[in-house]
Design a protein around this ligand. Structure first.
Ligand code: TYM
Length: 329
């Protein structure tokens, strides 16, 4: 059976980009595949979060995953730092990852811009740790958003390079996945760029209706089209991109036609968008509130997931160590 794996950094609450770009695709796959899903808490350390807040962040995000539809009876759900085999593989893969290729990674270049005071080696080798996450479970498919495409390409490169160097077949080359469609980039509400955790442009799964409506009504737009069938500016395209993921095709056609004949009122468009986001998010938010308070359930999920994840990781690492040449005396 094919293996599916994905993960999300525990840097903050889940937003619509995480949900529609990656998590929802994963949820749709949990019946047909052997699935692993994890909280990337080691990756979150690159920005030096405060230790007293760290665990609460991981716990909150676990409750959000479960509320978004991950079923721990079908999926192995775990926390990255609970599986030390990942860190060992990370060390081994670092030996075959080159400084030049890591420095050229788009995400590295983006992340260091404006953070010159904290360009740490963890940031540089971020794609190596991500490759270790994926390769340790020999995942075939990795449902992720568009921003992770290059990281998947690097995971394939490291898998290939390791297999060639050590003359082994231990690693499988993983593919980024979105049901045969292009990977998604969910835009933010600020007119340009993608929705992010720290960009101040996001709608979060924990946002209440009032907050969602206020955020959507404030989304950047313009004064409206004056020429029929004109090309949409990016800010308006972004609103339509969000509409396409949360609303029905009829709704999208209705507002597209109104845009094309210049009768659109952005207030109506935003109200519809806010209604449809709320419709989708409200049940998730309600489940988050219940699950967050169920400590025994969260513990059960993680204990079960950790045992399963470690068994799978240990099986791979055993072959990897053999290929490298480690032997006991
Ligand atoms: P992270 O935590 O930034 O995002 C988690 C997932 O959400 C997707 N995503 C988006 N998709 C579409 N539009 C957006 N605006 C948007 N923002 C985020 C991301 O593509 C991702 O799928 N490095 C990863 C976490 C990770 C991982 C892995 C993922 C670590 N190891 C192994 C898969 C496999 C990250 O920082 O994602």
């Amino acid at each position: 059976m094919e293996i599916v794996l994905s993960g999300i950094r525990s840097t903050g609450h889940l937003h619509l980009g995480n949900y529609y770009g990656a998590l929802r695709n994963f949820v749709k796959m949990q019946d047909q595949y052997k699935c692993f899903f994890f909280i990337a808490d080691l990756h979150a350390l690159t920005t030096h979060p405060k230790s007293q807040d760290f665990h609460a962040g991981v716990k909150a995000i676990l409750a959000e995953y479960l509320a978004a539809g991950l079923d721990p009876e079908k999926v192995t759900l775990f926390v990255q730092s609970n599986v030390p085999e990942i860190s060992e593989l990370y060390v081994l893969l670092n030996m075959i990852a080159y400084k030049g290729e890591l420095e050229r990674t788009t995400s590295f270049k983006d992340k260091i811009r404006g953070h010159e005071e904290n360009v740490n080696a963890g940031l540089l080798t971020y794609p190596v740790l991500m490759a270790a996450d994926i390769l340790i479970h020999r995942a075939h498919k990795v449902p992720v958003g568009k921003d992770q495409e290059q990281h998947l390409e690097m995971a394939r490169l490291f898998a290939r390079r390791f297999n060639n160097l050590y003359e082994t077949q231990v690693f499988i080359e993983p593919q980024a996945f979105n049901f045969g469609s292009d990977l998604l980039k969910i835009p933010g509400l600020d007119g340009s760029g993608k929705m992010g955790k720290s960009e101040g442009n996001g709608i979060f799964l924990i946002d209440d209706e009032d907050t969602i409506r206020k955020k959507v009504m404030r989304a950047v737009s313009d004064s409206g089209p004056t020429v029929p069938n004109s090309i949409m500016p990016e800010s308006i395209q972004n609103i339509f991109t969000l509409l396409k993921v949360v609303s029905t095709p009829d709704t999208v056609t209705y507002f597209t036609d109104k845009y094309n004949d210049c009768t659109i009122r952005y207030g109506d468009l935003k109200k519809q968008l806010a209604d449809d986001i709320c419709k989708q998010i409200n049940p998730i938010r309600e489940r988050i509130q219940t699950i967050t308070h169920d400590g025994a359930y969260l513990r059960y999920v993680i204990e079960k997931g950790t045992a399963e994840a470690r068994a799978s990781a240990q099986a791979t690492l055993k072959e990897v160590r053999k290929a490298v040449g480690f032997k006991s005396f």
